[in-house]
Design a protein around this ligand. Structure first.
Ligand SMILES: Cc1ncc(COP(=O)(O)O)c(C=O)c1O
Length: 182
């Protein structure tokens, strides 16, 4: 049986060349060829700062905020900024590492809040274009999902679910894809 492990180690320069070669097949996001995925400011000073900060924290681990208070501070600042945008408690939040986890936690919070209001079987109302991660979270959390069709400009076509007390907050990812799923 052949092994995926190489027989010999490689020099750093050689490895760098290899990954650079792999990268030639990737999308040219700096040239404006990427739709979503990369949100580049096209500001070279900001980009250099991003590289610098990312490099500085490459090996730190937010798992233990007592050992890395710098990471805790960053998280708290990001949460406070988001909270201010949403007009809520500056400490009401946490940072997650991806969309699926964020959606899962948001739906969990909404479900628990609904249960506390006496809603035994909350429902999640979504635009038909909302990311499939909502379906996944609803499935795991036992929340019924209702997909509402969207119109030509991606606005949800039905407003009738908005005021229902048994519904969890509607998804906000209405416009996240150019091609709609329904
Ligand atoms: C709006 C939206 N929600 C959720 C996700 C899922 O995110 P992740 O792959 O980080 O779990 C994505 C990913 O593209 C997304 O665009």
């Amino acid at each position: 049986m052949t092994s995926v492990f190489p027989d010999h180690g490689r020099a750093p320069r050689e490895l760098d060349d290899i990954v650079a070669e792999w990268q030639t097949g990737d999308i040219d996001w700096k040239g404006g060829r990427a739709f979503s995925l990369v949100y580049n400011s096209a500001d070279p000073v900001l980009e250099e700062l991003q590289h610098d900060v990312a490099g500085r924290f490459l090996h730190e681990n937010a798992l233990n905020p007592f050992v890395y208070p710098s990471l805790l501070r960053m998280e708290q600042e990001v949460v406070a900024v988001a909270a201010e945008l949403f007009g809520t408690d500056p400490q009401a939040g946490t940072m997650t590492s991806g969309g699926t986890e964020s959606i899962f936690l948001a739906l969990y919070t909404a479900r628990e809040e609904a249960r506390a209001r006496g809603v035994a079987r909350p429902r999640l109302v979504l635009a038909s274009t909302a990311h499939p991660a909502f379906t996944k979270a609803a499935h795991y959390l036992g929340v019924a999902e209702i997909r509402v069709p969207v119109g030509p400009t991606c606005e949800p076509m039905s407003r009738r679910w908005r005021s229902r007390s048994t519904t969890a907050p509607p998804s906000s990812s209405v416009r996240h894809r150019a091609t709609r799923t329904a």
